[in-house]
Design a binder for this molecule. Structure first.
Ligand SMILES: Cc1cc2nc3c(=O)[nH]c(=O)nc-3n(C[C@H](O)[C@H](O)[C@H](O)COP(=O)(O)O)c2cc1C
Length: 188
């Protein structure tokens, strides 16, 4: 299998544990990855500290980019990143992507992935949704993006918070085309 180049954006929606589990699992799957670039919004860092008790730990074996660093490789389609995962994805970021603002690296990278017809996965998180949120999800879906909401499942009987988060993250990694061990319905 060709190794993948993936962008992970973390934004300021609740659910930093989803991002942490995603990054932990990507670190474990490094043999399938050529490059992983990480970009965090300002509020992602605030929410991470609030929800997980410690600041974002930049010790992952990935390249980190400032949210205004338009020199990052994935700010251009020519760098040929395969997939972008925004996890969790706030309604603000969703709206900016739907409007095509490209005003920071998260939105520019998403714009690039869509224009290049590659894979954009948005782990949206809020509740309830307004018609504005739903219309923005429709717009991004029509443009080729995948809305994969932070809706955990419970049929695998998850025990820890990380197990619950993994019920979403494993689906995201499946969508990204990575091979991973996971609970599979119908398999014992
Ligand atoms: C603790 C906390 C939790 C939040 N949870 C959500 C959420 O679940 N969904 C959401 O859309 N915004 C949420 N917000 C608000 C966003 O962080 C805010 O709208 C921000 O401007 C989003 O910008 P960003 O997408 O660039 O991070 C939360 C903010 C805080 C401080």
């Amino acid at each position: 299998m060709k190794k993948k180049k993936i962008v992970v954006a973390v934004t300021g929606a609740s659910g930093s544990v989803y991002a942490k589990v995603l990054l932990d699992k990507l670190a474990d799957l490094s043999d399938q990855l050529e490059a992983v670039g990480v970009v965090m919004s300002d509020n992602a860092k605030t929410v991470w500290k609030h929800e997980l008790g410690a600041g974002y730990d930049d010790n992952y074996p990935f390249a980190s980019y400032h949210k205004h660093d338009f020199m990052a490789p994935f700010a251009s389609g020519s760098a040929k990143y395969d997939t972008m995962i925004i996890c969790p994805c706030s309604m603000g970021t969703l709206g900016r992507i739907a409007a095509g603002t490209s005003d920071d690296l998260v939105c520019r990278a998403a714009d690039v992935i869509l224009k290049e017809r590659r894979k954009l996965i948005l782990v949206v998180r809020d509740t309830p949704f307004s018609l504005i949120h739903l219309n923005n999800m429709k717009t991004v879906t029509e443009a080729g993006g995948i809305i994969c909401p932070a809706n955990p499942s419970f049929y695998s009987k998850p025990v820890t918070l990380e197990d619950v988060a993994a019920t979403v993250v494993d689906r995201v990694l499946d969508l990204a085309g990575l091979d991973l061990p996971s609970y599979r319905w119908g398999e014992s």
